[in-house]
Design a protein around this ligand. Structure first.
Ligand code: ATP
Ligand code: MG
Length: 369
């Protein structure tokens, strides 16, 4: 097996009812890459996948796989295999027959189908389970049968539509490592769809963040977390404190914004200019608290004073919720036996310019602070 690259150019989808689920999109996924599309429910993830797999013809644009145009080709003619959001194994067939299902239609002999199924079951760590029925397997094992079945037809590109969503958290986390391992062993290009940021960050070579039919950013997990380029990408992945304001001053890559909490300085991700409206974002774990002597941050850190509203101990982490003017601020500390915090305590918070992102206002994820 070997992976192929996938290229979308100007691909969009407007459904017959006039709703545009995917706006014109350019996207290149490399051969052998583990690529995720991450976004909230209804943002167009499945629509993109169905266009790549050939179940849906794009309204505009073209798709090529391995430098071959696949426009107009049906799903069976494309070098892709799809694993659905809700997986359907055949309950009356044994595990190996499920895996070999796609091979029968291709005229592969029974002996060869059996051999191939055994080989794939070994790949997904299900050796010795060939004769069982799907109902005799755990949820995670069934999911691996589905992966083996999809790989049986030797696709160059495997499309996975939230394949772990039906599993409980522990199993999902275990399956992340398994899927990543299978991908590495086969070299097949994986296009993985999820609304779970942890899943996307843990498995992917690159992640595309999608919102309302548009890809907002494509980056590695670390880039996405540390250098999000849009308010949506910044707030959908991880948590943020968000301050609104207006640009007062710019200086190369940094920018100063006048906010309700005073002047805050951060990285100028969107080339904002003086007078523009801006959002200032800082993650809860990048904020420091003044020590017993009232010292906080470095010389050029942003400083805000706030009053403690609530303090939650979450084992390894301590969450502090403060009020500063009209704004609630969330601070996330490692539990290192820190000093005690008293109710209503006034404190000084500090966060560095490097940890502060400034961007043009835009839609944000609902879950953000
Ligand atoms: N056949 C259709 N006709 C009209 N609108 C549709 C059709 N299928 C999907 N949509 C709409 O297109 C948008 C994108 O749907 P899609 O299934 O691609 O979302 P998704 O990102 O996969 O969501 P989820 O995470 O819930 O699976 C949604 O608003 C959906 O209501
Ligand atoms: Mg979907």
């Amino acid at each position: 097996m070997h992976g192929q690259n996938v290229e979308l150019s100007g691909v969009s989808m407007t459904y017959p009812n006039g709703f545009t689920a995917v706006h014109p999109t350019d996207l290149t996924i490399n051969a052998g890459e583990f690529f995720s599309i991450l976004g909230p429910s209804g943002c167009g993830k499945t629509t993109i996948l169905r266009m790549i797999s050939g179940f849906l013809e794009p309204s505009t644009g073209s798709i090529s796989i391995g430098a071959q145009s696949v426009n107009g080709l049906g799903p069976n003619k494309r070098p892709t295999a799809l694993i659905f959001q809700t997986l359907a194994l055949f309950p009356l067939m044994s595990v190996w027959e499920n895996v070999a299902f796609g091979l029968e239609a291709r005229g592969v002999s029974k002996q060869e189908r059996r051999r191939k199924a055994e080989e794939l079951l070994e790949l997904v760590a299900l050796t010795g389970q060939a004769e069982k029925k799907p109902t005799e397997l755990s949820g995670g094992q069934r999911q691996r049968v589905a992966v083996a079945r999809a790989l049986a037809v030797e696709p160059a590109v495997l499309l996975l539509d939230e394949p772990l969503s039906a599993l409980d958290l522990k199993l999902r986390q275990h399956m992340r490592a398994e899927l990543k391992d299978i991908q590495r062993k086969t070299g097949v290009t994986f296009i993985y769809i999820t609304h779970d940021q942890g899943e996307a960050l843990a498995m992917s070579d690159r992640v595309a963040v999608m919102n309302e039919g548009r890809i907002e950013q494509i980056a590695t997990a670390a880039e996405l977390y540390n250098m999000p380029q849009t308010p949506f990408a910044a707030t959908f992945v991880g948590e943020q404190n968000v301050f609104g304001g207006r640009v007062k001053h710019t200086n190369g890559t940094t920018v100063e914004v006048e906010t309700g909490q005073g002047l805050l300085r951060g990285r100028n991700f969107n080339d904002l200019t003086v007078g523009e409206e801006a959002l200032v974002l800082v993650r809860p774990e990048r904020i420091e608290i003044a020590d017993a002597d009232g010292v906080a941050g470095n010389e050029d850190s942003n400083r805000i004073s706030g009053q403690l509203l609530r303090r939650d101990l979450e084992g390894a982490l301590i969450n502090l919720y403060l009020r500063s003017g009209e704004q609630e601020i969330h601070v996330n500390l490692h539990n290192k036996g820190n000093r005690d915090f008293s109710a209503d305590e006034s404190m000084t918070l500090a966060f560095s310019t490097a940890d502060t992102a400034v961007m043009r206002p835009g839609p944000m994820a609902r879950s953000s602070a």
